[in-house]
Design a protein around this ligand. Structure first.
Ligand SMILES: Nc1ncnc2c1ncn2[C@@H]1O[C@H](COP(=O)(O)OS(=O)(=O)O)[C@@H](OP(=O)(O)O)[C@H]1O
Ligand SMILES: [Mg+2]
Ligand SMILES: [Mg+2]
Ligand SMILES: [Mg+2]
Length: 447
């Protein structure tokens, strides 16, 4: 069913399988399930009275029919697309750790940050799949990577690796309920797909925001990373999906994963389907609910009821709380956060994790606080935060800048006007305390 092409559908079948969007058009994505099959239960996508899947948003948000905006179709597509992207990343990371020439190489951007076949490969894959799903809508995407290196005369071999990674994944898109291209993409098509993600955001209209690999440094080190996809409408993040391929459904499995990766350089990787060690989180603004499902390699095999609701921690006493922060002190001042932790009474060691997995950790209650204070002059980009912010908020947490204001996703590629740093907390009490501590110590800091 998942591989059905639209041309093979009757429009009534399409209408049954998917809600029409709020402009009244049927989705172009392959359906999750026919009306007769088990419900997809993406979070709580349910069969509505009009026999269309509807986002059951009991938290009082935007879901349902009746002319209100309904993001069921976007959410479903985004989760599937991120699942495909996770598979691409896992394959590239495996070959990277086995020092496989080709897809295994790491390149340096002008700012000396790393970029890999996975960063470009995911960007091309997500761009192609979203454009295919929402063909009528002139999809607009803001994303991190560009095609300059790959288009340059010495980028030919690299481009070949990216094309191979993209085609290797897209051919499997039907397993995830998405369409694959009729024939393999050529280098030109892949470059086009990457280039298509050159929107610059702004206050009006609808655009997707993608960080194809967030925490590329963690990725190349065989550690945590995330694929982050969000949808922004009129400056507001309306949905977010975080693929965390190395962040297991249960925190306790993390150690097992780490041991496995230490061995990776010496042993062959297991076959893909046998190793579900990651998760995908997602939330829709205003829903008051956030969800997590395991990483899968075949949506047909997925027990949809494996999606479970996540919530932030109920710990509000700083003594028992844990804060997370970037691994690299170049990305956030460890000494400043250590001072804050001390003054607020946090006792636990900080959890230093690469990427937006930090947001994921707060959203599902593995930690209570996330703080990031970049060096002065650094401008945070929207793709590093959009998906994580909405997921934490819907899971019950609070995310603001250090002045207590919401992050502003309406001003282009950067989080313009950000006051000092970013603070995400599981609850208002901890949040207030951290803000107070920042105010008290900022002037004496070197930031
Ligand atoms: N100098 C500097 N200061 C602050 N932030 C920076 C800086 N350089 C990069 N970045 C961005 O940080 C993203 C990774 O953030 P993390 O929180 O995962 O940092 S860390 O890797 O754990 O140290 C990283 O995202 P990716 O490039 O997607 O990996 C960057 O967007
Ligand atoms: Mg990033
Ligand atoms: Mg990135
Ligand atoms: Mg990067």
């Amino acid at each position: 069913m998942g591989s059905l092409r639209l041309s093979a559908w009757s429009s009534s079948a399409a209408a049954r399988a998917f809600p029409s969007d709020w402009r009244g058009r049927p989705s172009r994505c392959a359906p999750s399930s026919p009306a007769s099959a088990a419900p997809p239960a993406l979070g709580r996508l349910q069969m509505g009275t009009d026999h269309a899947w509807q986002w059951d948003c009991r938290g009082g948000g935007l879901g349902g029919g009746g002319g209100r905006r309904d993001y069921a179709k976007e959410m479903e597509a985004a989760v599937r697309v991120v699942q495909v992207a996770c598979t691409l990343c896992q394959r590239v990371q495996d070959s990277l750790l086995l020092a496989d020439a080709g897809s295994g190489s790491v390149h340096s951007k002008l700012d000396r940050s790393p970029v890999t076949v996975a960063d470009w490969g995911v960007q091309a894959t997500v761009s192609w799949l979203l454009s295919d799903c929402f063909r009528d809508e002139n999809v607009s995407i803001v994303a991190e990577e560009d095609d300059k290196t790959l288009s340059s005369s010495d980028g030919t071999a690299l481009l070949e690796s990216v094309v191979a990674a993209v085609n290797g994944c897209l051919v499997e898109a039907p397993k995830y309920g998405l369409r694959s291209p009729e024939k393999d993409l050529r280098a030109h098509d892949v470059l086009q797909a990457i280039r298509k993600c050159s929107s610059t955001g702004g206050p009006k209209g609808r655009f997707w925001v993608l960080d194809p690999v967030d925490g590329t440094l963690g990725f190349v080190r065989g550690d945590q990373y995330a694929i982050a996809l969000a949808l922004i409408e009129d400056g507001e993040v309306v949905l977010g999906v975080l693929g965390c391929p190395n962040y297991p459904m249960k925190k306790e499995w993390l150690n097992y994963h780490q041991r496995y990766y230490r061995l990776m350089s010496k042993v062959a990787p297991p076959t893909s389907g046998s190793w579900n060690k990651g998760c995908v989180m997602y939330a829709h603004k205003g829903c008051g609910q956030a969800w997590m499902q395991p990483l899968v390699h075949d949506f047909g095999m997925l027990n949809w009821h494996n999606s479970r609701e996540i919530q932030v921690s109920s710990v509000s006493d700083p003594v028992s709380a844990t804060f997370c922060e970037p691994v690299e002190k170049a990305n956030s001042s460890h000494s400043f956060t250590a001072g804050l932790a001390h003054s607020v009474g946090l006792r636990n060691r900080p959890l230093r994790v690469y990427s937006m997995v930090k947001y994921a950790a707060i959203a599902r209650g593995d930690a209570e606080i996330f703080m990031k204070f970049a060096r002065s002059g650094y401008k945070e980009k929207i793709w590093d935060h959009a998906a994580g912010v909405v997921i934490i908020q819907e899971a019950g947490g609070v995310v603001t800048d250090a002045g207590g204001r919401p992050l502003d996703f309406s001003r282009g590629v950067y989080l313009e006007g950000l006051d000092r740093g970013i603070i995400a907390c599981s609850g208002a009490l901890l949040h207030r305390r951290i803000l107070g501590a920042v105010d008290a110590s900022w002037n004496s800091s070197t930031l």
